[in-house]
Design a protein around this ligand. Structure first.
Ligand code: SAH
Length: 246
């Protein structure tokens, strides 16, 4: 059996959870529980809001289409240790949807879109990114929803980083060397994994990044990976070597 129930109906709800204090849910959530999951009054639903852990709640239908949820008890605490930041050059829609979902499943605590020289995407749909993050969390029973930053140019992102953050720079031009060695002594909670766009990083960006003392250059092997593949590979290495997979 898995560590927790990720099969039952699970819903992200914006409200704070207090035992027995009913929460009105969105019409489309009411529709999902009543008509798709066909839950009757009193049925159990697991809810999370990204702050109060996971709670068991019971549904009450309201009128023809509404519903409320009454939290009963906390079933899992909110995880304390924040996961790594995932900083990325935005990709085109379908790959970006995929990448956001994978970053959440891999335990990223912050998603930071970074505009690099070869980034091919202009406007970012923040609502869509948030919806993808919530969907991945609901499907996998993840309680810590990542903070999603507004996109900023690479230089501004670099200068805004707190001093203790180590940038794990996924460099497609790096010679192949052990990622385990490169990540030794790093703490995932202080890591910002950085992955470039479809066109990779420019020479200028590489020079700026490698000149910084808070940068760990990471090779993801002898082949060039697609950016969305690199996201999963890099986050898996960080979580396995210095994160919550240990
Ligand atoms: N043209 C492909 C690959 C572009 S490289 C695409 O369309 O996605 C995209 C980013 O993935 C790079 O900037 C780098 O951050 C990461 N990456 C890919 N292969 C890598 C490797 N072997 N080592 C380190 N990072 C890699």
């Amino acid at each position: 059996m898995a560590k927790y129930d990720f099969r039952g109906p699970r819903l992200f709800v914006e409200a704070p959870f207090v035992a027995a204090q009913e929460v009105v849910i969105e019409p489309e959530q009411a529709h999902y529980l009543r008509n798709v999951m066909r839950l009757a009054d009193g049925a159990e639903v697991l809810v999370f809001n990204g702050r109060d852990g996971e709670w068991l709640a019971r549904i009450s239908t309201r009128g023809k289409r509404g519903a409320t949820l009454r939290p009963e008890r906390q079933t899992r605490p909110q995880p304390e240790v924040p996961g790594p930041t995932y900083a990325f050059a935005p990709l085109k829609q379908a790959r970006l949807d995929y990448m956001v979902q994978k970053a959440v499943e891999m335990g990223a605590s912050r998603l930071s879109p970074v505009l690099t020289q070869f980034t091919q995407v202009g406007r970012l749909n923040m609502e869509r990114m948030r919806a993808n993050a919530i969907e991945a969390a609901e499907q996998c029973g993840i309680l810590a929803l990542p903070v999603i930053d507004e996109p900023v140019p690479l230089q501004r992102w670099l200068s805004s980083l707190p001093g203790e953050v180590r940038i794990v720079f996924c460099d497609e031009d790096s010679e192949t060397r052990s990622p385990l060695e490169a990540l030794r002594g790093v703490n995932a909670a202080d890591v910002a994994v950085l992955v470039g766009p479809e066109g990779g990083f420019s020479e200028e960006e590489r020079k700026v990044l490698l000149a910084r003392d808070n940068v760990v250059r990471l090779s993801l092997g002898p082949r060039v990976l697609r950016a969305d593949t690199a996201a999963v590979a890099a986050l898996a290495l960080v979580q396995a070597v210095c994160g919550d997979w240990r």
